[in-house]
Design a protein around this ligand. Structure first.
Ligand SMILES: *Cc1c(COP(=O)(O)O)cnc(C)c1O
Length: 391
C-alpha cells in the first residue's frame, strides 16, 4: 500500500457540505474582494490566536512583506533570520531592499540560534525574523531579550506554526507582527493561496491595512506606496468553515507524532533529540552516536507538528533512506535541501557554506515523514516498519 506525504482530500472532503454552502454564499453575494466574509474570518482568527488584530492577506509570503513594509524596513537595514528555513522568510527582506543577515540553527528544535544571532548584530540591524519551523516555537524569551537590548523589531514567521504556543501564548502574537500562511499543506489550509498578519499594536495594524490596499487612504489618495495583498472573500469563507476544526487537526498531528516517536524510539540506533542540549551548545562537526534522531517538543512549547522531521546521521544516509522509502511507495520530503546562505540568489551576500555549520549540516540530514491529521495509524506503522528495515 502506498503512503502519501499528504492527502488534502481527506480533510476537505469531510467538510464538503459546509464548504459547498460557503462557496454558494460567496457566489450568490457577488462580493469577491475583502468585505464581510473577510472581516468575519479576521475576527474569528484574532479570537482563536489571542491577537488583538488579524488582517487577512493574499499569502504567507505577502504577510511577511507587508510586516516589513509596515515597519519601514528598507535599504540600509539589516534583518536577522535563519538560513535553515523556507525561502520566503529571507526573500521578503531582500524584496524591500534590506539585507538578510543569516543566523545558524539549533539542531534540536531547528530554530534560530540566539547566540549566533547576537554575534551578527550591527548598528544597521533593525529587526529579527524568527521562524517557528516545522510547527514549534523559537525561543521567544531569548528573541525578546535580544530585541529589547538592541532596539529591534520582531516579526514572527509563523507560517508553519499557527496554533503552536510558547509558554502558553500562541506564536505570532508575541512579536510586533506574526505572519501566517494558509497554503494548502499548512496546518490550516485554504483551497488556494491565503495568509494573515497578526499584531497587538493598533497603529501598526492600521498601517498594514492601508498598505494591503495600495496605500490608499482615503480611496484613490495614496500617502504611501502599498500593493495588492488582499485575501479573497472566497478563501476567507472557506477558511472560516475549517477554523473550528483546527484543534481537532492539531490533536491528530500530535497523536501521529507520538506514535512515530513511540515506534521508532524502540529501534536500535535511534534516539530522541535531547531538549537539555537546546541552546545550541552542540558542535556541528561532532560525531553522533545515533543513526536516527527523532524530533522533540521543547519544554516551553506546544508543538503543532506541521512536520515530523528526523535527522539521519552519516554521509549519504539521508538520501539512502529517502530512496528506500520512495522505492516502497512512501512519500517523504526534504525541508530543506539547501540552506538559504548557499542559494544562488543570495550569492552576492558573500557567505560561505561553513559560515552556518548547523544549517549546512541539517540540510543533508533532515527528512520529513507523512503526519497529516487523517493518516491512518496502520500507514504510520508501515512507515516505521520500512524505516526499521533500512536501519
Ligand atoms: C509556507 C511558508 C511561507 C510562505 O507562505 P505562502 O503562503 O506559501 O506564501 C513563509 N515562510 C515559511 C517558513 C513557510 O513555511
Amino acid at each position: 500500500m502506498n503512503v502519501n506525504l499528504l492527502d488534502l482530500k481527506a480533510q476537505n472532503g469531510a467538510l464538503e457540505p459546509e464548504l459547498r454552502e460557503a462557496f454558494l454564499r460567496v457566489l450568490r453575494s457577488g462580493h469577491f474582494i475583502l468585505g464581510p466574509e473577510v472581516e468575519k474570518f479576521e475576527r474569528a482568527l484574532a479570537e482563536f490566536t489571542g491577537a488583538k488584530y488579524a488582517l487577512g492577506v493574499s499569502s504567507g509570503t505577502d504577510a511577511i512583506l507587508l510586516a516589513l513594509m509596515a515597519l519601514d524596513i528598507g535599504p540600509g537595514d539589516e534583518v536577522l533570520c535563519p538560513s535553515f528555513t523556507f525561502f520566503a522568510t529571507a526573500g521578503c527582506v531582500s524584496r524591500v531592499g534590506a539585507k538578510p543577515v543569516f543566523v545558524d540553527s539549533c539542531p534540536v528544535c531547528f530554530n534560530l540560534d540566539l547566540r549566533d544571532a547576537t554575534r551578527r548584530i550591527t548598528p544597521r540591524t533593525k529587526a529579527i525574523l524568527p521562524v517557528h519551523l516545522f510547527g514549534q516555537s523559537a525561543d521567544m524569551d531569548g528573541v525578546r531579550d535580544l530585541a529589547s537590548k538592541h532596539g529591534l523589531r520582531v516579526i514572527e514567521d509563523a507560517a508553519q506554526a499557527m496554533g503552536a504556543t510558547y509558554q502558553g501564548k500562541q506564536v505570532g502574537t508575541i512579536g510586533d507582527f506574526g505572519t501566517i500562511s494558509f497554503f494548502p499543506s499548512k496546518n490550516l489550509g485554504a483551497l488556494g493561496d491565503a495568509g494573515a498578519l497578526l499584531t497587538n499594536d493598533e497603529t501598526l495594524f492600521a498601517k498594514a491595512k492601508i498598505l494591503r490596499l495600495h496605500g490608499m487612504d482615503p480611496k484613490y489618495y495614496h500617502q504611501v506606496i502599498g500593493g495588492n495583498f488582499r485575501l479573497d472573500a472566497l478563501q476567507a469563507a472557506l477558511l472560516a468553515v475549517k477554523l473550528p476544526h483546527f484543534n481537532g487537526y492539531t490533536e491528530g498531528r500530535r497523536r501521529n507524532a507520538a506514535l512515530y516517536t513511540e515506534r521508532l524510539s524502540k529501534l536500535l540506533g535511534v534516539k530522541i533529540a535531547q531538549t537539555s542540549n537546546c541552546g545550541c551548545t552542540q558542535d556541528a562537526n561532532a560525531k553522533e552516536d545515533a543513526r536516527l534522531i527523532l524530533p522533540v517538543a521543547c519544554p516551553n512549547n506546544g508543538h503543532i507538528w506541521n512536520q515530523y522531521t528526523l535527522r539521519v546521521i552519516g554521509t549519504g544516509r539521508r538520501d539512502a533512506l529517502r530512496a528506500h522509502l520512495t522505492a516502497r511507495g512512501i512519500g517523504a520530503e526534504i525541508y530543506y535541501p539547501l540552506p538559504l546562505h548557499e542559494q544562488a540568489c543570495f550569492a552576492d551576500l558573500g557567505y560561505k557554506p561553513d559560515d552556518f555549520p548547523w544549517a549546512h549540516r541539517l540540510a543533508s540530514e533532515v527528512i520529513s515523514l507523512p503526519i497529516y491529521p487523517e493518516i491512518p495509524a496502520e500507514q504510520i506503522e508501515q512507515v516505521c516498519a520500512v524505516i526499521a528495515e533500512f536501519l
